[in-house]
Write a protein that binds this ligand. Sequence first.
Ligand SMILES: C[S@@+](CC[C@H](N)C(=O)[O-])C[C@H]1O[C@@H](n2cnc3c(N)ncnc32)[C@H](O)[C@@H]1O
Length: 316
Amino acid sequence: MPEWLRSFIYDEMGGSYEPDRNAFQNNLSSDEEKNRKYLGTYFPRSFTESYCIFANLFDNTAYVEAMKIKDSVSILSFGCGTGGDLMGLLEAISEKMPWVENIDITAYDGNFNAVVMLKSIVEQPNNKQRFKRLKVDYAPVPMTKPDDFPLFCGVIKKSYDFVVSLKMVNELYRNNIIANKPYAAFLGELASKLTETGVMLLLDVPLKEKGNWLATLMSRGLREFLKSNDGYDAIVPLPCYVLGRKCNERCYLSWTFYGDIFASEPVTYCMLARKELAHSVCKGLSKGDYVINDSNECCKKVRGTKTIDAFNLRKN
Ligand SMILES: C[S@@+](CC[C@H](N)C(=O)[O-])C[C@H]1O[C@@H](n2cnc3c(N)ncnc32)[C@H](O)[C@@H]1O
């Protein structure tokens, strides 16, 4: 995390480090004080996860080739909270794709306090000066009933180069805003918002909810989505690109990212893109035994001769 951002969240905004997984299971109604704890504890983790995942994508030659013609990019951050994930993405863009000058962001979250904090961070001069134009539309409106999710997605008419959602779906599932098949439903509504070269990142905490491990629901949800949406492919984890919609394994997907601040915890995630881009991004990568989680388990369906990290889009 850059020094200006670290000092801004702790010294200026009063972020404090107080990890408590149970206390942060429902963040929609967090008040200002709780959001300051989130800012000091979980914002840096989301920053690191998002930064590492996108920096890895931006080291993929075919992806960068497709993006080289763009000096403007658009981002939809769905469940943005205080913005750790959004800031990690902006950091990776400014470092790895310096030709991008203009950024258009739609930041959606139902917690007004969190969105106010995100606004101060995004509009901090050190952040703004990195780009020629940085435009943000903030939408602090909560979803309170199941119909709200498709309704909200229905009013998003733009297409985005990045659709990013970190650690939100578990809350929507727990509170029955999306009562069943949460990841398939989420991908089903939001993947259509991707541009031709758009990439979607869906990441969550690997908790057990309603008797289901979310890290297993993630792989099932990805597969269910791919089965009924032929125009898209997974790019991460890589074996889901290779076998994707034809697989029926119950995989536990998890990975841990180590940042420079405090402890880290495993997360579960996947990324997808429209078919043509997914093919360019993945076709040159080596095949092998893909390690799909922190316990070093390998994908049982796609096998090879060497061991490969299933989440790595860099050529190896
Ligand atoms: C754990 S936080 C994640 C925030 C951010 N993406 C990050 O990684 O730091 C989950 C976010 O989802 C939002 N959220 C949860 N349920 C929601 C709902 N029903 N409507 C709108 N936002 C919701 C919360 O307000 C919270 O900011």
